[in-house]
Design a protein around this ligand. Structure first.
Ligand SMILES: Nc1ncnc2c1ncn2[C@@H]1O[C@H](COP(=O)(O)OP(=O)(O)OP(=O)(O)O)[C@@H](O)[C@H]1O
Length: 606
C-alpha cells in the first residue's frame, strides 16, 4: 500500500478545521446564507404560533382574517427564502470545489519527482475528481442541512421552552439521546467514507497502470490479473460503502424513533396536564406541532452531520496532497538570454534514493564547454541518476552541480531547466499532434526553426510523407510512432528550446545504423553551440566523444578519451571487449556505425 493511503486519517476536529479553511474565503456569502436560513426558519417556525392564535380565535369566535393572511404570507416567504438559500449554498459549494480543484491541479502538476515516484498516479487523479465531488456534497447538501437543521432546532427549542418548559424538558431528553448516538456513529461514517475514497483511488491506480501499458498487459496476457486487482479494490469500496450506509441507516432509524417516542411521551404527559387543567389544549397542539416540525430538522441535522463526516474522509485525502512537496519555482518568468555553452561540473556530489542501498558516491566530473562528454558504465551504475540530479529532479545530499561555476542550487528550476534540456531514455510523447509535441517547451518556435530541427534529426522525409504533416496526431503517449521516431522527435523538441546544455540519455538505443550515424552527426554539430552530455549505449558514439566518463556503482572510475581509457582503464576495456570488440578488431576503428552496445550485456555490471 502506498505511503499516503496507509496513513491514518487525521482527527475529525482537524478535518473540520481544514473544511472551514476551504470555506473561509466565502464567509461573506455564507453569512448571507446563514441569515437567510435564519429568516426562513423564523418564517417557518412562527407558523405554529399563528396556528395557536387561529385556534384560540376559533374558540373565542374572534376575527380569523389577520392570522390567516399572516400564515399565508409566512408560507410564501419561507418557501422563497428556502429556495434562495439552497441556490446560494450550492453556488458557494461549487466555488469552494472549483478553487480546491484548481489548487490540487496546480500542485499535482508541480509535485516533486520523488513524490510521484511513490504514489500511483491514478490514485492522485481521483483526489481531484472523486474526492472533491464527495467534499462538494459535504459543502453543499451537508452544510445546508446542518445550518438549516441547527437553526431550526435551536429556534424550535426556544419557542417550545417559551410555550411550556415542563414539556420542553421531556423533549430535550430526546436531543441528548440523538447527540450521544451521533457521537458514537459519526466517526465510523468518516472512516467508512475514507475507506471508500481510498479504494476508489486504488481502482484509479490499477486502471492507470493497466491503461498506460495496454500492450504490455496484452502481451503478457495479464488482463485477468489487472481486472482482478481493480475488481478487488472496487469490492472493498463497495463493502466500505455498505458499512457507511449501515451506520447512516442506524442513526436515521434511531433518530426518527427517538423523536416519535418523545412525541408520544409529550402527548401523554401534555394530555394529563390538559386534563388536570394546568395546560391549555391550544398550547399542547402548538407544542406538538413544533415537535412534529422538529423531526425534519433533526433528521436533516443528522444527515447533514453524516454528509459532512463523509466529506471529512475526502478532506483527509486532499490534505495528503497538500502536504506533498512541490517544485514552487517552476513558474518564474525567465528573460530571454543569448545561448552559451557552459561547463557543467559535478563537484563531489553525493545522493541516495530513500530506502535504497544505491548511492551516488562523491562524483566529480566536468563536462567542458562546447564538448561532447559520454557517460558509460554498467547498467545501474547511476548514469541516469546523474542526469536527474543535473535537472534537479532530486536534490543532492551534498556536493554541488555548477554551470560555469554558478551553483545550480541558486537558480530557480525554471531557469535551470530552460538552460539544460533533457532527452529521456524512453522518450515520452504526449497525445496531440507532432507540431504540439515539437513546440511543447518552445511555443514561439518559428516554422523555419521547426524545419531545421526536423532536418537535423532526419525527420523531414517522415513528416513530409504524412497526409497531415506536422498536424498528424501521434496517439496516446506517441503510440502511432515508431520507437526511433519518438526518440528523434524528443531530440528535435529539446533542440528547439535552444538549450545551453543538452543531456541525452541513450538516444540512439532504438535507431538503425543509418539513422544513428545521422543523429551522431547532428549531435556533433549541436555540440559546437552547446555542451552535450550523453549516456552512451553504442560504442560508435563513445569513440568520437571528446571525453568519456566511466561510472560504476555510483562512482566515477575513469575519465579520458577512447584511446586513453583503452590504455588505462580495466573497466572500460572490459566494457568495450564484452560489447563485441573482438581482439582482432581495432578498438577505435573497427566499429560499425550501428555498433555494439557498451553496457547492455556487460559482465562488469553489478
Ligand atoms: N526513482 C528511483 N528510486 C529509487 N531507486 C532508483 C530510482 N531510479 C533509479 N534507482 C536505482 O538507482 C540505481 C542507479 O540507476 P540509474 O538508472 O541511475 O542507472 P543507469 O546507470 O542509468 O542504468 P541503465 O544504464 O540501466 O539505465 C539503480 O540501482 C536503480 O535501481
Amino acid at each position: 500500500m502506498n505511503r499516503t493511503t496507509a496513513e491514518e486519517g487525521v482527527s475529525g476536529a482537524g478535518n473540520l478545521a481544514t473544511l472551514l479553511r476551504y470555506i473561509r474565503p466565502h464567509r461573506a456569502m455564507l453569512t448571507i446564507v446563514g441569515t437567510l436560513t435564519l429568516c426562513s426558519s423564523a418564517a417557518s417556525l412562527a407558523q405554529p404560533m399563528i396556528i395557536e392564535d387561529v385556534l384560540l380565535a376559533l374558540g373565542a369566535d374572534g376575527d380569523l382574517t389577520n392570522p390567516l393572511l399572516l400564515l399565508a404570507g409566512l408560507l410564501v416567504v419561507s418557501a422563497a427564502l428556502t429556495g434562495l438559500t439552497v441556490w446560494l449554498t450550492s453556488r458557494t459549494s461549487e466555488r469552494v470545489v472549483l478553487h480546491l480543484r484548481r489548487t490540487l491541479i496546480h500542485r499535482l502538476i508541480r509535485l516533486r519527482v520523488r513524490e510521484t515516484d511513490n504514489t500511483p498516479v491514478g490514485d492522485l487523479t481521483t483526489r481531484v475528481t472523486s474526492d472533491t465531488t464527495v467534499l462538494q456534497q459535504a459543502a453543499s447538501a451537508g452544510v445546508i442541512q446542518l445550518l438549516d437543521g441547527a437553526v431550526t432546532l435551536v429556534a424550535a427549542c426556544v419557542l417550545m421552552g417559551m410555550l411550556d418548559w415542563r414539556l420542553f424538558l421531556v423533549s430535550f431528553g430526546v436531543l441528548v439521546v440523538v447527540g450521544l448516538i451521533g457521537g458514537i456513529v459519526m466517526p465510523r461514517i468518516r472512516r467508512a467514507s475514507q475507506a471508500v475514497q481510498e479504494q476508489i483511488g486504488a481502482v484509479g491506480a490499477v486502471l492507470e497502470r493497466a491503461l498506460s501499458a495496454t500492450r504490455t498487459v496484452k502481451a503478457n496476457a495479464a488482463e485477468p490479473v489487472e481486472t482482478a486487482a481493480a475488481d478487488q479494490a472496487a469490492r472493498l469500496a463497495y463493502r466500505a460503502g455498505l458499512r457507511g450506509a449501515k451506520y447512516d441507516a442506524v442513526i436515521g432509524v434511531l433518530t426518527g424513533t427517538a423523536v416519535q417516542v418523545s412525541f408520544l411521551i409529550v402527548l401523554g404527559v401534555g394530555g394529563a396536564m390538559v386534563a388536570a387543567g394546568s395546560l391549555h389544549v391550544a398550547t399542547l397542539i402548538a407544542f406538538l406541532l413544533y415537535l412534529f416540525r422538529m423531526m425534519g430538522p433533526v433528521a436533516g441535522l443528522v444527515s447533514g452531520v453524516s454528509t459532512v463526516f463523509q466529506g471529512f474522509g475526502a478532506v483527509s485525502r486532499i490534505e495528503q496532497v497538500e502536504k506533498m512537496e512541490i517544485e514552487d519555482d517552476v513558474d518564474v518568468r525567465i528573460p530571454a538570454r543569448p545561448r552559451t555553452a557552459p561547463t557543467l561540473r559535478f563537484d563531489n556530489v553525493r545522493f541516495g534514493y530513500p530506502d535504497r542501498n544505491f548511492r551516488i558516491d562523491g562524483v566529480t566530473l566536468s563536462a567542458r564547454a562546447g564538448e561532447r562528454t559520454a557517460v558509460v558504465g554498467p547498467s545501474g551504475a547511476g548514469k541516469t541518476t546523474l542526469f536527474a540530479l543535473a535537472e534537479r529532479f532530486y536534490q543532492p545530499d551534498s556536493g554541488r552541480i555548477l554551470l560555469d561555476e554558478v551553483d545550480t542550487a541558486t537558480l530557480t528550476r525554471a531557469e535551470l531547466r530552460r538552460r539544460i534540456a533533457y532527452v529521456e531514455q524512453d522518450s515520452t510523447m504526449l497525445s496531440g499532434s507532432i507540431h504540439d509535441n515539437l513546440t511543447y517547451g518552445a511555443t514561439t518556435a518559428s516554422g523555419d526553426e521547426i524545419r531545421q530541427v526536423l532536418a537535423a534529426t532526419g525527420l523531414t522525409g517522415f513528416v513530409d510523407e504524412l497526409p497531415d504533416g506536422l498536424a498528424t496526431e501521434v496517439g496516446s503517449r506517441g503510440a502511432m510512432l515508431s520507437g526511433g521516431q519518438r526518440q528523434r522527435l524528443a531530440i528535435a523538441r529539446a533542440l528547439l528550446r535552444r538549450p545551453d546544455v543538452l543531456l541525452l540519455d541513450e538516444i540512439t538505443a532504438q535507431l538503425d545504423a543509418r539513422n544513428e550515424e545521422a543523429l551522431r552527426q547532428t549531435v556533433e554539430s549541436v555540440a559546437k553551440q552547446c555542451t552535450v552530455l550523453l549516456i552512451a549505449h553504442r560504442l560508435s558514439t563513445v569513440v568520437s566523444a571528446d571525453q568519456i566518463v566511466v561510472m560504476q556503482n555510483g562512482t566515477v572510475r575513469a575519465t579520458g578519451n577512447h584511446k586513453q581509457l583503452l590504455a588505462t582503464s580495466d573497466l572500460y576495456r572490459e566494457l568495450a571487449a564484452t560489447q563485441l570488440l573482438t581482439p582482432n578488431t581495432p578498438a577505435d576503428a573497427g566499429m560499425s556505425p550501428a555498433g555494439p552496445s557498451l553496457h547492455r550485456t556487460s559482465s562488469a555490471g553489478h
